[in-house]
Write a protein that binds this ligand. Structure first.
Ligand SMILES: [Zn+2]
Length: 195
């Protein structure tokens, strides 16, 4: 009986072994393809969402009328007529009448109120997420002090023409954005198309 069983198994394998092998191969192949297809989008999604820890941040406008005068450039040189030289301009300049209200673009904390010969009166506003907004060329009477907690849209200064390095441009707001201490294009956070 035992020998019979063994013989019939060998017989069975001889008859169907090829098909069983083929079936197993196909099953393995399908499993590999399925794993590859399912796993790949997962890793792509992870890549796309790398900056997921930084919440979406959008600023409100620092001025009622957003008239851009000079663009941001990290390395491209722009002509500075005041200094008569070509330089990168790591900020955006908005033309406005002297004395125009300048608003906090987000809730934040004033970390610095200073005067600098080249950039004039400066207010630095820490808005969280590693972002500091630097307002320069402000008029002399700055209404905020270091440590003040300000709310989005509140007045943090007035437009002036105090930045000696940009004096030829007339009264304007020089707005700089620092992310973890590095200058970034303010257009990333501002809706410049909207007036
Ligand atoms: Zn400027």
């Amino acid at each position: 009986m035992q020998a019979n069983k063994k013989a019939s198994l060998i017989n069975f394998m001889k008859k169907y072994g090829y098909w069983i092998g083929l079936g197993l191969s196909i099953a393995v192949l399908i499993t590999i393809i399925t794993v590859a297809v399912v796993a790949r989008p997962a890793s792509q999604v992870e890549d796309d969402f790398t900056p997921v820890d930084t919440p979406e941040i959008s600023f409100s406008n620092p001025l009622t009328e957003m008239e851009m005068m000079k663009n941001y450039s990290n390395s491209a040189l722009q002509y500075n007529s005041t200094l008569n030289l070509w330089q990168a301009h790591k900020a955006v300049d908005f033309a406005a009448e002297e004395g125009t209200d300048v608003y906090a673009v987000m809730d934040g904390k004033v970390t610095e109120v200073t005067y600098n010969y080249l950039m004039g009166n400066i207010v630095k506003l820490d808005v969280g997420g590693g972002i500091t907004v630097v307002y320069a060329s402000l008029a002399e009477d700055v209404p905020v002090s270091v440590g003040d907690e300000v709310t989005k849209g509140s007045v943090i200064g007035k437009v002036g023409n105090t930045a000696k390095s940009e004096a030829n441009d007339g009264a304007h707001l020089h707005l700089e954005v620092l992310l973890d201490g590095e200058s970034v294009d303010p257009a990333l956070y501002l809706d410049l198309a909207e007036k």
